[in-house]
Design a protein around this ligand. Structure first.
Ligand code: SF4
Length: 447
């Protein structure tokens, strides 16, 4: 690949990636404020660079000690220390030491998960510093071996392009070069089987079996069976009893509910912790037993805790009837968060949680189309079931875009631009719940 960079499909950072990058810079700003308040601030150095013949490392933060050694500070805007962060720090320590600098302590600087904003952000409360010297040192041999392997690979004039090692892992871990190295994998393939284990993949690989045509039902489990059956049936797997069972749990009126929430490393308003999700919008379609469909919605006009959103929900969601969501963990988590912020609303919110069912479940065990590609995301299901209902053409067409759009909306002073953003936000969220209604009605008719 050294001379074939054109074969790698570089993805532009998406909105979510960009947001993470920007939040990282904001957090680093608070770390700088904190360090600046320390007596030994002058001994800290941002973006120090270490190099060897083959390696290059730029440290987030280094402290220069009197004896010539350094302490390493890896800055991460997460609320806990993760394995890959230890590996990053290990790489930096490795390069520094191979460059002839002695490394003393190794720290990971991260967000304090217990911090609750109250007024201006206070860096000494927001920032947590973990001494990870022992854990980082314990990974350095492994990182050193991997670095040597990578250097050796990069130095080769030619490499084996007949396949690559990601054949043994699920598609979530494939990079953009998977098809380049493995052009003969059919569609659909064993990689469309949900949650397939490494050992099962290894077995199919050893037999040279990539097509679903070559897999027997006795060899797969859980959701994999339904995907394989859909393939074997020529497209769909339908378990009427399972779907009937889902419908038997429903009580009218049906409330199709979807939240949009703003997540941010630094709490954007008082009362929130780092990376809390602040609901700012909902769309609610209500379907009565006689088929009448009504729509309600709410969009916060300014940054703040969601009391008005809850009050709007109280106006529109009555005391009986099922609440239908897609991937209910998300909506239920937002309801739990809001109940924790407003104990006086917890009865209402907990009742909603109790009444919530997950329409996605139907597409895990009751109805599987091979065209879903092994996924149960509504973004995969909707184009197959209701191709006329599309997100294409919307100026806001995804959760991260909605977050970015709302952040712009609440500070926009130009009324024309503000109205456009409002319309875009409302249209996107409304489509999310209308999509659920259409999918629900499709399954109902199927029965
Ligand atoms: S798919 Fe995996 S093994 Fe293949 S090129 Fe990408 S990262 Fe490397």
């Amino acid at each position: 690949m050294l001379n074939k960079a054109e074969h790698y499909k570089f993805d532009e950072p998406n909105l979510f990636d960009q947001k993470l990058i920007e939040e990282g810079y904001v957090f680093e700003g608070y770390v700088k404020q904190l360090i600046a308040s320390w007596q030994d601030a002058a001994s800290f150095d941002y973006q120090a660079v270490f190099e060897t013949d083959h390696l290059y490392a730029r440290l987030d933060l280094a402290k220069h000690r009197d004896d010539g050694s350094i302490d390493i500070y890896e800055i991460k805007s997460s609320t806990s220390v993760k394995k890959e962060q230890l590996q990053d720090a290990a790489f930096q320590a490795l390069v520094a030491e191979q460059g002839g600098v002695s490394v003393g302590k190794i720290f990971v600087v991260h967000l304090n998960k217990d911090y609750v904003r109250d007024g201006d952000v206070e860096p000494h409360k927001l920032v947590a510093i973990s001494d990870e010297t022992i854990r980082v040192r314990s990974t350095m041999r492994e990182i050193s071996d991997k670095v040597s392997e990578a250097v050796e690979l990069l130095a080769r004039e030619e490499i084996d392009e007949s396949s690559c090692s990601c054949l043994t892992v699920g598609r979530a871990r494939h990079c953009n070069s998977f098809e380049y190295f493995n052009p003969n994998i059919p569609t659909p393939s064993i990689y469309n089987l949900p949650r397939i284990s490494g050992s099962k993949l290894a077995k199919f690989l050893a037999d040279g079996r990539f097509s679903l045509d070559d897999i027997d039902l006795s060899e797969v489990t859980g959701q994999q069976k339904f995907v394989l059956e859909a393939h074997q049936n020529g497209g769909q797997y339908i378990d009427s009893a399972d779907i009937t069972n889902f419908f038997s749990t429903l009580k009218y009126p049906l409330y199709f509910l979807d939240y949009e929430a703003y997540g941010s490393a630094i709490p954007p308003t008082d009362g929130l912790k780092p990376h809390a999700h602040l609901p700012f919008q909902f769309s609610l379609h209500v379907l009565s037993e006689d088929g009448v469909l009504t729509h309600h919605e709410y969009l916060a006009e300014q940054m703040g805790l969601p009391i008005k959103l809850i009050e709007a929900l109280e106006r529109f969601i009555g005391p009986t009837g099922s609440v239908i969501t897609w991937h209910k963990t998300y909506e239920n988590s937002r309801n739990q968060d809001m109940a924790a912020i407003y104990p006086s609303k917890s009865d209402f919110l907990n009742d909603i949680i109790d009444r919530t069912v997950d329409l996605e479940d139907v597409f895990k065990t009751g109805y599987v189309d091979i065209a879903f590609g092994g996924s149960t995301s509504i973004k995969k299901v909707l184009p197959v079931i209701a191709p006329d209902l599309t997100y294409e053409g919307l100026d806001i067409a995804g959760g991260t875009e909605a977050m970015a759009g709302w952040a712009e909306f609440i500070v926009e002073e130009n009324s024309a631009k503000k109205n456009k953003l409002r319309d875009d936000l409302l249209a996107y969220c409304k489509l999310d719940t209308l999509a659920m209604v259409k999918v629900f009605q499709f399954v109902e008719e199927l029965l």
